[in-house]
Design a protein around this ligand. Structure first.
Ligand code: IVH
Length: 674
């Protein structure tokens, strides 16, 4: 099969692009794109080259490890090349790796022992010790030749200038390998300092580490808080090992720091389980890891397995799922929300991000689209952080073909065509028509939703039917519905109609917090509603609370307070409250306060950061409130526990700085269980 012209051109373009980014990354330590973007380019190139192998050239970026050493430094040839690792992104790929190992060794039924090690996200170095004395150190460079950074390495306190021979005889020559990295805290502090000095910040801790190590002036390196973990050896004279685990033990005994989370496992299943553990504790680690390296433990088997062009057959890097992905925006749609906000939403080609398939992402508002210059047809980077809804990070402008279309915000509501309005201090456009169809439908489904009044059978479909048939023009109308009304609707029979009426009737007994939440006051989520119910005890008291009074409450700021005040000022809303009271709602706390004082959570303040795996953020908050605890939204001294999930935000750094108690999701679950 000869390659079509477009393919050849695309390959050429990809190579140019990758080479350019390599230069930015390796030479300047100032990348312009994220690792995920870079990986996506590399992946595309590899796939095209796999399809058309005749187009592979020896200088293709796929054929090379790392980058050539910079001319700024003396060069050091690695006596044993520093290879790279193949990646695996799923359990399946890891199981295949294990099978490949056994097949290659002709041991199809054997159980292979592995060593698993956190994959440090820093930069690889090789250090030479002769008779225990540190002689020379270099970066990986292109795997064969690296840069001499001896003097810079000497400034890192964790690197011994002389090895310890007390526990184990010192080798004549030891080429030891490890990863130089910077702790997350140190990285943030360094960037803060750089910002203040008007210098460009580093993109991530790894670039900060690389930039700090590759300095011509070692005093600059000395001022940067670098650290190092060692994980392997190259050329060795005067010592021998039989397993990778023994290598780690020996390094530790000689005084070379190894990662205490490295571990020997009995089989691939245990390795996979450990990956789950590392993923869980990852956010609580002071340094960045981007996965786990799995290595065949026996060095004899490693020898037999050997290597491919640029990576060994005996190891694999099991990487954490990327939280970013690249896809194309097919359309920008507008969605009319419960409060009338008209939000532009990107409809994208489905793509997997952080383990979930995503096809829609909010674009927030018109200003945001303009600021990021997002156009219909653009290739974009999207990101999912924690359990946050996916967002578009930025368009890839160099992939534009000219057929992309800038977005224009319409002047009227896309549904009811009422002219949209925008308050001076707000970025959102709103449809001012309270009867606008989707607005009303969302208001009703929110009122009936599980976490609000939990009216079973009143989802979007039924709400649409009720509204479009003129049976419901606002919430109180729900309580006027009769059997014949429902029976006249398509899809309703006697039984389903009765069930719905019963569910509506039952909702009147809901606790006050649920009712407050169901009203759909802007900024009043479930947690705030619980706080308000606890604080005021009745709708009447809440209605009469001043902004100042509201702001005295922990967790309620000016924005929320104002929103509550304006909701209760609206005559329309007061009418709804009257109608609900008339329909039989009690509108005050029925004494079913949460189980206060019963467990370790009561009276304690929790803060969440990052995505949890077995709760949504709201569920976790509810669990705390239900047990009489509080939920904070910002880091502060009052916080008792910071619960850290996957990919936490800056809150974690701040919490650490304040010395707050940081716990994992598992520990949080244990607290809940009492
Ligand atoms: S072993 C042939 N172990 O990952 C074995 N590498 O692509 C190659 N890395 O450049 C290295 N932590 O910088 C190994 N525990 C670990 C590692 C590790 C991080 C980096 C290393 C290398 C890259 C491999």
């Amino acid at each position: 099969m000869t390659a079509p012209k477009e393919v050849r051109e695309r390959i050429e373009r990809l190579r140019e692009e990758i080479n350019y980014h390599n230069y930015l990354y390796y030479v300047l330590d100032q990348p312009e794109i994220s690792d995920e973007e870079y990986d996506a380019l590399m992946r595309e190139l590899k796939e095209l080259e796999a399809q058309y192998p005749e187009l592979i050239t020896p200088d293709s970026p796929t054929q090379r490890i790392g980058a050539p050493p910079s001319e700024k430094f003396e060069q050091v040839t690695h006596r044993v090349p520093m290879l790279s690792l193949d990646d695996a992104f799923s359990e399946e790929e890891v199981l295949e790796f294990d099978q490949r190992v056994r097949r290659f060794l002709n041991m199809p039924n054997a159980t292979i022992h592995y060593v698993v090690e956190p994959k440090m996200d820093g930069l690889a170095v090789e250090l030479t010790y002769e008779d225990g004395v540190f002689l020379r150190g270099s970066t990986r460079g292109d795997g064969y030749v690296g840069e001499d950074v001896t003097n810079n390495l000497k400034t890192i306190r964790q690197i011994p200038l002389r090895l310890v021979g007390r526990h184990r005889a010192l080798p004549r020559i030891l080429d030891v390998r490890g990863e130089v990295f910077m702790n997350k805290d140190a990285f943030l502090a360094l960037n803060e300092e750089r910002r203040r000095a008007g210098e460009p910040p580093f993109a991530n801790p790894r670039n900060a580490a690389a930039g700090s190590l590759r300095q011509l002036d070692p005093s600059v390196t000395a001022s940067r808080p670098l650290d190092c973990f060692f994980y392997g050896v190259g050329y060795v004279e005067g010592a021998s090992f039989s397993t990778q685990f023994e290598v780690l033990t020996a390094l530790r005994e000689w005084g070379l720091k190894t990662n205490p989370l490295s571990k020997r496992v009995r089989d691939i299943k245990e390795a996979i389980r450990y990956f789950g553990h590392l993923r869980e504790i990852r956010p609580t680690l002071p340094y960045e890891i981007d996965g786990m390296v799995i290595k065949v433990d026996s060095l004899e088997l490693q020898e037999r397995l050997g290597q491919k062009a640029r990576s060994p057959r005996w190891a694999i890097a099991y990487k954490f799922e990327a939280a970013q992905a690249i896809t194309r925006i097919k359309e920008i749609e507008l969605s009319v929300g419960r409060t009338g906000a008209v939000t532009p939403v990107a409809v994208m080609e489905p793509v997997k991000v952080g383990g979930v398939v995503v096809s829609r992402a909010t674009l927030h508002n018109e200003d945001e689209i303009r600021r990021k210059d997002i156009r219909v047809g653009d290739w974009v980077i999207i990101r999912r952080a924690g359990d946050v809804i996916p967002e578009v990070v930025k368009p890839l402008k160099d992939r534009r073909t000219g057929s992309e279309r800038p977005f224009e915000m319409p002047k009227t509501c896309p549904v009811c065509h009422t002219p949209l309005v925008r308050k001076e201090d707000e970025a959102v456009w709103r449809c001012p028509n309270p009867d606008c169809f989707p607005r009303l439908v969302k208001k009703i489904t929110h009122f009936a939703s599980k976490n609000a009044l939990d009216i079973e059978g009143l989802g979007t479909k039924v709400a649409e039917l009720l509204v479009s048939n003129g049976l419901v023009r606002d919430i109180p109308d729900l309580f006027k519905l009769k059997m014949p009304d429902l029976m006249s609707l398509p899809g309703f029979a006697e039984k389903s109609a009765k069930n719905l009426l019963d569910a509506i009737e039952a909702s009147k007994k809901a606790p006050l917090a649920k009712l407050i939440y169901a009203l759909g006051i802007r900024h009043v989520g479930e947690v705030t509603a619980q706080i308000l119910a606890r604080e005021f005890g009745s709708i009447e008291a809440l209605k009469n609370a001043s902004t100042e009074r509201l702001m005295e409450i922990d967790g309620i700021g000016p924005e929320v307070a104002n929103s509550i005040r304006s909701w209760f000022k609206e005559p329309e809303n007061l009418k709804i409250l009257d109608a609900l009271r008339e329909a039989g709602f009690k509108m005050e706390e029925g004494g079913q306060r949460a189980t206060e004082g019963r467990d370790a959570v009561s009276g304690k303040t929790f803060l969440f950061t990052g995505g949890l795996s077995s709760f949504t953020r709201e569920e976790a908050k509810r669990a705390v409130i239900e047990r009489g605890g509080n939920v904070a939204t910002a880091v502060g001294k009052k916080v008792d526990y910071v619960v850290v999930g996957e990919r936490p935000g800056s809150k974690l750094q701040k919490a650490r700085a304040l010395g707050l108690r940081i716990i994992t999701e598992d520990e949080f679950k244990k607290l809940l269980e009492g």
